[in-house]
Unconditional design. Structure first.
Ligand SMILES: Cc1cc2nc3c(=O)[nH]c(=O)nc-3n(C[C@H](O)[C@H](O)[C@H](O)COP(=O)(O)OP(=O)(O)OC[C@H]3O[C@@H](n4cnc5c(N)ncnc54)[C@H](O)[C@@H]3O)c2cc1C
Ligand code: FES
Ligand code: FES
Lengths: 174, 296
């Protein structure tokens, strides 16, 4: 059964007809061609499909697109669009923080094959948006739902710590 | 997954009318359980009603009489983050944060969590020992059930097809209990536990004698459930290691686990006993520390 949905994806208004059983993940990848968001487990466990929705992360594999009607979504492709956005909802991710997170993953080699990276970046972004000074335990707890077969996680934890340091340094009051 | 018709009721009355009229209506909280079951074709709803527009199912508040009211649509993440709740009944947020991963908790609702009724879920044992009640509504009226009466069998609750779970309440007395839930999980952090054990206790003024005790175990039988005989053995007494061992032994003999990927039945039985003893011992330890810090 088809339903019309209207939402914002990476700052763009999108109005499309979807089947009620079409998942947000397939909507993003197939309808919109946003293939940065990956799929592996399809049951909410691995974190590859992590996207930003109304200020928090969700598994796009566990959400039919109809339930994202009216939502504001950012995917890993969204940074440039977010930087150029004139105005955004209060729940949109901070573009500077997002940039720092991505740079820190590169700097700390928080990736190898890279398939988990879009999800890792979106999860790290949500953690630091909520909690700019996480402890290592808090980082590990928050990032636990993003599996990585390559890095052994140490470099991912370091990348998040590095991003937090840089973000704090920029906001330190002299 | 199969297509379904989506309805978006905008009030409780509209929802209850739909529930009374539509056969086979699936209510949609966060949809984390339902989506997986639908992907596996274990659930084939023709019509889905989104609960998102139903204002009456929301709210996380302390009522004037001290009762904590948690609307069915409250997400597990909201339970985790409510600072006033962490002051009042810290075990709720501490347990909610153990569920799955952040993305699940961001979306999953307490109503969906309870109605899903997978025996390995984390909040049921804790809510059982806090004395939680659930409020069910239908056009026929309202029922308030103790959580004990709500869980009936494996993934089966007392909720009727025309009812919706409106909210969960914790009695004012819950804030005077010392409560703890332990999830025993040898694998990775986002897994379900092998077993989960919760206990709550109200100590007498001496800080040594247990006035009331509740003990519940999840993951070791068709539903999370309390072990009343164990509770009775612990009540009105000072706890000795021998008493805790006796209670653990009794839990071992009473749980009804089965073999699955999370462990064999005998292993789960063993772990239920071990963790029942440890949770009780940790509550006792906490009471001792409090006594030392505030000498009479
Ligand atoms: C990857 C993953 C990991 C998980 N790990 C854990 C874990 O470690 N520990 C744990 O405890 N749980 C775990 N879960 C389960 C999770 O807790 C449940 O999926 C979730 O709580 C269900 O809530 P929901 O709002 O998404 O439910 P939904 O899927 O929306 O609904 C579930 C059921 O409840 C019904 N329902 C929903 N709301 C109401 C209402 N108000 N009144 C009447 N009926 C209603 C629905 O019709 C459906 O039958 C995990 C789930 C996933 C996907
Ligand atoms: S594909 Fe969605 S969490 Fe794994
Ligand atoms: S970098 Fe390969 S899975 Fe994470």
């Amino acid at each position: 059964m088809a339903e019309r949905i209207e939402l914002t994806v990476n700052g763009q208004r999108v109005s499309e007809t979807v089947e009620t059983h079409e998942l947000l993940l397939d909507f993003l990848r197939r309808h919109l061609g946003l293939t940065g968001t990956k799929e592996a487990c399809s049951i909410g466990v691995c974190g590859l499909c992590t996207v930003w929705m109304d200020g928090r992360t969700v598994s796009a594999c566990l959400l039919p697109a109809v339930f994202a009607d009216g939502a504001e979504i950012y995917t890993v492709e969204g940074l440039a669009a977010r930087q150029n956005q004139a105005s955004a909802a209060a729940t949109a991710p901070d573009p500077r923080l997002w940039e720092i997170v991505q740079e820190s993953f590169v700097e700390c080699e928080g990736l190898q094959c890279g398939i988990c990276t879009p999800g890792q970046v979106m999860s790290a972004l949500s953690l630091l948006s909520e909690n700019p000074q996480p402890t290592e335990a808090e980082i590990r707890h928050h990032m636990a739902g993003n599996l990585c077969r390559c890095t052994g996680y140490q470099s991912i934890v370091r990348a998040v710590q590095r991003a937090a340091e840089r973000w704090r340094a920029e906001h330190a009051t002299v | 997954m199969q297509p379904f018709k989506l309805i978006r009721p905008q009030s409780l009355h509209e929802l209850l009318t739909l529930l009374a009229e539509e056969e086979d209506l699936l209510l949609w909280g966060g949809g984390t359980s339902s989506t997986i079951l639908m992907k596996q074709n274990l659930l084939l709803p023709t019509t889905v009603a989104a609960l998102k527009g139903v204002r009456e199912l929301y709210g996380l508040e302390r009522l004037p009489d001290g009762t904590v009211r948690i609307g069915a649509m409250t997400t597990l993440r909201e339970l985790e983050h409510a600072a006033w709740l962490a002051d009042l009944v810290p075990s709720v947020g501490a347990t909610a944060t153990l569920v799955g991963n952040v993305r699940v908790r961001n979306v999953a609702t307490l109503g969906g969590h309870l109605v899903h009724a997978d025996p390995a879920q984390d909040l049921p044992p804790l809510l059982l020992v806090l004395g939680a009640q659930v409020r069910l509504r239908s056009l026929r009226g309202e029922r308030v059930l103790d959580l004990d009466e709500f869980f009936v069998d494996l993934m089966e609750t007392a909720i009727q097809p025309d009812e919706v779970l409106v909210d969960v309440t914790l009695p004012a007395a819950a804030s005077e209990l010392r409560a703890r839930y332990v999830k025993f999980r040898p694998q990775s952090q986002e897994d379900y536990g092998v077993v989960g054990v919760a206990a709550s206790v109200a100590w007498e003024a001496d800080g040594r004698t247990a006035r009331t005790v509740k003990l519940a175990v999840g993951g070791a039988g068709p539903t999370a459930r309390r072990f009343r005989e164990a509770e009775e053995r612990l009540q009105g007494r000072e706890w000795t290691p021998a008493l805790l061992a006796e209670v653990a032994e009794w839990v071992r003999s009473q749980v009804e686990p089965w073999d699955d990927a999370r462990g064999s039945a005998s292993y789960k039985r063993e772990m239920a006993a071990v963790w029942a003893r440890r949770v009780l011992a940790s509550l006792q330890q906490q009471a001792e520390t409090t006594r030392k810090e505030t000498p009479a």
